[in-house]
Design a binder for this molecule. Structure first.
Ligand code: SF4
Length: 272
């Protein structure tokens, strides 16, 4: 299936627009937030053993999303910053021993940017732990430069390097992500860039090369992770009432994933 033959963009952006609107209205103070779930992970979402906090709500609608259950803020559980910090504090010993920390993911966590900033401020000031933000970068402008100082690592998903493809994949424009990446780089903030390789959607060589060119122009990217598309989230789409468009797409072959990694390595990047 060529990218041109896929429907574009995702046809259900009205829900995503509503999420963005709601986050503008409710996101001012950030003393409480909408939390989807927690997980304790090792060798994922950053170094060491990490508490990953998944926030509810997303303003994108990626065709390959494997967590569509996190799309709506109202489906999360209200939690205060104090409640989150009490829970994170239970794991500081294992974080210290393993070089781990706290990762905030989603959904798109910056839909609740004030909540995220408050948690990271406490994580640094009160617990002194490593912090990571897993984001698409769409709403990076919601964080101030001061707030960026509380984030040790940004896991930045660059879902395409070409504006048209990016919109086809996510329903949103590419430029805010590029702007956020540049800002992180200019301010010396460390990034790991993630790119999901989807046959027929993101795997065109010119698209991969465009992502690689963007990354090669940044100064603070420690690694690139090329993540092969999988179908593990497929069954969750039924509950969203939305049409899953990638049902006929197979995961990329190992050699196809490796060929994509080569495009990044050719630019001197560390690739996993
Ligand atoms: S940004 Fe993440 S949670 Fe949101 S639609 Fe895309 S893959 Fe799903």
């Amino acid at each position: 299936m060529s990218p041109e033959s896929l429907p574009a963009p995702a046809p259900f952006m009205g829900h995503a627009d509503a999420e963005l609107d709601a986050s503008e209205r409710t996101g001012t103070a950030g003393a409480t937030g909408s939390v989807h779930s927690w997980d304790l992970v090792t060798a994922q979402d950053g170094p060491g053993t990490r508490m990953t906090l998944f926030l509810a709500g997303c303003g994108l609608r990626c065709q390959y999303c494997h967590n569509p259950e996190t799309w709506r803020m109202r489906d999360g559980i209200p939690r205060s910053v104090e409640q989150v910090m009490d829970r994170v504090a239970r794991y500081t010993t294992v974080m210290d021993v393993t070089g781990g920390g706290l990762t905030i993911s989603g959904g798109e966590p910056l839909l609740q940017a004030r909540f995220v900033a408050n948690i990271f401020r406490h994580a640094k000031a009160d617990l002194g732990i490593h912090t990571a933000l897993d984001t698409s970068g769409l709403l990076g402008a919601r964080l101030s430069d001061d707030e960026l100082q509380d984030i040790d690592l940004t896991l930045l998903d660059i879902k395409s390097g070409l504006p048209e493809t990016y919109r086809r994949v996510t329903g949103r424009p590419l430029q805010p992500t590029l702007d956020f990446a540049r800002r992180l780089s200019d301010r010396g903030r460390t990034m790991w860039v993630r790119f999901v390789l989807v046959p027929g959607l993101t795997d065109a060589p010119d698209n991969i090369a465009a992502v690689a060119d963007v990354v090669a122009g940044l100064q603070t990217v420690e690694r690139v992770e090329v993540l092969p598309f999988h179908q593990l989230g497929r069954t969750k789409w039924a509950a969203t009432g939305e049409t899953y468009l990638l049902g006929g797409v197979k995961p990329p072959k190992a050699e196809e994933a490796e060929a994509a990694r080569v495009i990044f390595r050719e630019r001197g990047l560390a690739v996993y």
